[in-house]
Design a protein around this ligand. Structure first.
Ligand code: ZN
Length: 205
């Protein structure tokens, strides 16, 4: 955050929040019955966070919420979501943290996603899938049936749409060949093309 922004926010939060401000804020909130999230019912920014105009400044709405319901806002701290819902402004779903807390929080959530949505595969399975695809001897459908998953899931893994945090190193081969074959204007050699075809037999790597 720039010095200018910081002093502007410090200025905007220099007097305590009032009941009138809290009431006004709550007019712009819809409470989710199942989640308990307070959904921001006005503009969202491109990142999905609520946008709020407050005391002459444009804010992220969840930061305003922290200020209104906690009474102060340390300008150097991030206000983070426990509920992972960026448009939520429920102060009970928020916590303060710095950048390192934010990174640790993201890693924890990534692990949870891995456990819940990809439970049929282990990290070792995923790397084996890449190895088999790069070997070129099996179709994506055949690889999928070996691991009890569909060929679309295999394709997503090979294209880095799933499990990228595990496969980044193994898939680098594709990125490197893509870059040398494309953006630098050099025609790819035979080996590189063979590699791409075996990874993406349907074409269009
Ligand atoms: Zn929430």
């Amino acid at each position: 955050m720039s010095k200018c922004n910081r002093s502007r926010l410090r200025e905007a939060t220099s007097t305590p929040p009032t009941d009138a401000e809290r009431c006004d804020f709550l007019q712009k909130v819809a409470i989710g019955q199942a989640t308990g999230c307070w959904e921001w019912a006005r503009c969202l920014d491109t990142g999905g966070y609520g946008n709020a105009w407050f005391r002459g400044t444009n804010w992220r709405a969840h930061r305003v919420s922290w200020f209104l319901f906690r009474g102060s806002l340390p300008v150097d701290d991030l206000v983070l979501h426990k509920c992972d819902n960026r448009s939520c402004v429920n102060p009970e779903h928020l916590f303060l943290g710095d950048h390192s807390v934010n990174m640790a929080d993201m890693r924890t959530k990534e692990r949870c996603v891995e456990q819940h949505h990809n439970c049929r595969l282990t990290r070792e399975d995923v790397l084996e899938i890449i190895r088999l695809a790069q070997g070129g001897g099996m179709t994506q459908a055949a690889i999928g049936s070996r691991f009890g998953i569909g060929d679309a899931t295999v394709n997503n893994i090979l294209r880095g749409r799933r499990w990228l945090h595990v496969t980044r190193g193994a898939l680098q081969y594709r990125t490197v060949t893509g870059a040398t074959g494309g953006s630098r204007g050099r025609r790819p050699g035979k080996t590189e093309l063979a590699g791409q075809r075996s990874l993406f037999p349907e074409g269009g790597a």
